[in-house]
Design a protein around this ligand. Structure first.
Ligand SMILES: [Zn+2]
Length: 113
């Protein structure tokens, strides 16, 4: 799954991208969020928020962690990232260095934002 996550985030560069690590019954999968993104922020359309809520309720799926990228290499969650706590207490952040094309993966808990 980590290859799929990285590919999704890299494909959106130089803009941010996002997804969710989700669980259903006994398997875990990556859900790509169709976000509207810039180089420093992203947002989900109200339509898709409703769609996702319905999916969670109908399929018995749960969100284990949010995932998103910072293409500007910024480490640490931003003030805007605080709203991710609506989805999960756990957050994976992938910070890309566009010059060296390397990346750093960090893990955050909502209460530390
Ligand atoms: Zn962020």
């Amino acid at each position: 799954m980590s290859g799929e996550v990285l590919a999704h985030l890299q494909q959106a560069l130089p803009n941010e991208a996002a997804g969710l690590v989700m669980a259903r019954s006994d398997y875990i999968f990556f859900y790509k969020l169709p976000v509207l993104a810039t180089r420093v922020a992203f947002q989900l359309t109200p339509d898709h928020v409703l769609k996702l809520g319905t999916r969670l309720a109908e399929n018995g799926e749960v969100i284990l962690s949010t995932v998103h990228s910072h293409p500007n290499g910024r480490l640490g969650m931003s003030a805007l990232d605080g709203s991710l706590a609506w989805w999960s207490n756990d957050h994976l952040l992938v910070s890309f260095d566009l010059v060296t094309t390397s990346h750093v993966i960090s893990f955050y808990k909502s209460q530390l934002l």
